[in-house]
Design a protein around this ligand. Structure first.
Ligand code: SF4
Length: 437
């Protein structure tokens, strides 16, 4: 009887994609996929370490799984991904019942490590957290559950080293899949029934492999027969060239949504963050994109309360948000991550109550902007890709417009993967409501 594996994913889309990679790898070795943790012989938590709170949540979950393991001692419990990489042996000290600690570049060794864990003294965890700048996971079968939309990781790691970010230390240096492999995986996904593919990487716009840059890669993937929509996440502002903007304007298969992280509207703070661009050049870029792609929706990320952020710096961020009018934004309070240059060099000196107040002010502003931008869609007819029934009301169905806005409509006669025209009749600051037009 073959062993079964259950993988629980935390954090970003890259981790979701890595979970599919691990399932593919283990299935190839004869493992079955378990639907629930209590049915599995191997339980893996594929983890995130971007914030301390994410790690505490994972420790809470590990505590629960420890009691499950007490009832079923043969179960192998593993921690994979970014938290495994950051904590290394320290994770075993805090959770000695964990059998496997596997960093993001060691997934190929999972079958061998599980086997070793079964055969050796259980007090001896299997640990592999070596970062390998050549590992692209080329040539592996990724086990994607057929759905309407899927992820395709084209790039791993990051070379930008923004001062506050742990990613380059836990995911290693940037490397990319060759274009032929990206296209082959996209073709396989379409043959599996995927309608929409999102190309993933920490800084996808810096993709360059075998003479092919990101603009050319988009052209090659968009040409895959049967692909309805192509998206990508996340580009980096500095690599976002005019050539890339022209390419976006020329490809009808592209979803009309761009997520370009700003982080701050103050040049002084951006410099401290080592983002490599000024507030002015970021603004110039966004205005250029808006001019060339007027129907696209733009979203961003912002951090408030970065070390040294003054009232004037924060006001500059608010001003930039007012001017650039993003559709929505991921907004965070700065939280220090041990091991980053910011944590080493800059005291976390903005008081928590100031950070909290700034975040609230920013959220309130963005809510107003989002409300107005979504309301402006009322009366338009949008092409919507249906993803499934609403959890709250299964008679209503949810889909995504090309601009990545959530659209809800009556579900009669709809199937997952349908592309339908929807006349927008109402809006909140995050959702559009409509009827088939
Ligand atoms: S670009 Fe900066 S913020 Fe993004 S993953 Fe790389 S280092 Fe982190």
């Amino acid at each position: 009887m073959s062993r079964s594996v259950y993988i629980e994913t935390y954090g970003c889309q890259m981790n979701e994609s890595d979970t599919e990679l691990m399932y593919g790898l283990l299935r190839h070795e004869g493992y079955r996929v378990a639907e629930r943790d209590e049915d599995a012989d191997v339980i893996l938590l594929n983890t995130c370490t971007v914030r301390e709170r994410a790690e505490e949540r994972i420790f809470g979950r590990l505590g629960w799984l420890k009691s499950l393991k007490a009832q079923r001692p043969h179960v192998i419990l593993g921690v994979t991904g970014c938290m495994a990489e950051r904590m290394k042996e320290g994770l075993h000290q805090r959770a000695p019942y964990v059998d496997l600690i596997v960093g993001p570049d060691a997934y190929r060794r999972l079958p061998e490590m599980i086997q070793a864990s079964i055969e050796v003294d259980p007090r001896d965890p299997q640990i592999d957290v070596r970062l390998d700048r050549r590992e692209r996971y080329q040539g592996l079968t990724v086990d994607r559950v057929p759905r309407t939309s899927g992820w395709l990781t084209i790039q791993r790691g990051c070379d930008k080293f923004c001062a506050y970010c742990i990613v380059p230390f836990v995911r290693g240096r940037e490397r990319s899949l060759p274009p032929t492999e990206v296209v082959a995986q996209a073709e396989a996904m379409v043959a599996q029934g995927f309608k929409e593919i999102t190309l993933l990487g920490q800084t996808v716009s810096s993709y360059y492999e075998q003479g092919c840059d990101f603009a050319e890669l988009l052209q090659r993937v968009a040409a895959v027969d049967g692909l309805a929509r192509l998206r990508f996440m996340s580009p980096y502002p500095n690599d976002f060239s005019d050539r890339l903007i022209d390419t976006l304007a020329s490809l009808p298969q592209l979803g009309a949504h761009l997520h370009l992280p700003m982080q701050s509207g103050s040049t002084a703070i951006l410099k401290d963050m080592r983002r490599g661009y000024s507030a002015e050049s970021f603004k110039e870029k966004i205005l250029k994109i808006k001019e060339r792609l007027p129907l696209w929706s733009l979203t961003t990320d912002v951090i408030v309360g970065y070390p040294g952020e003054s009232d004037a710096d924060f006001e500059a961020t608010l001003e930039m948000m007012r001017e650039l009018e993003f559709d929505s934004a991921f907004m965070f309070q700065y939280s220090e991550r041990e091991g980053t240059p910011a944590a080493r060099n800059r005291p976390d000196d903005v008081p928590p109550e100031v950070k909290g107040a700034r975040l609230q002010a920013l959220i309130a502003l963005q809510e107003e902007i989002s409300k107005a931008r979504f309301a402006a869609q009322v009366g338009r007819t949008l092409e919507v890709l249906m993803t499934g029934p609403s959890r709250r009301d299964p008679a209503r169905w949810i889909g995504r417009s090309s601009c990545f806005r959530t659209v809800i409509l009556d579900g009669v006669g709809l199937s997952e993967g349908d592309m339908v025209k929807v006349k927008i009749e109402g809006a909140t600051s995050h959702t559009l409501f409509g009827a088939r037009g």
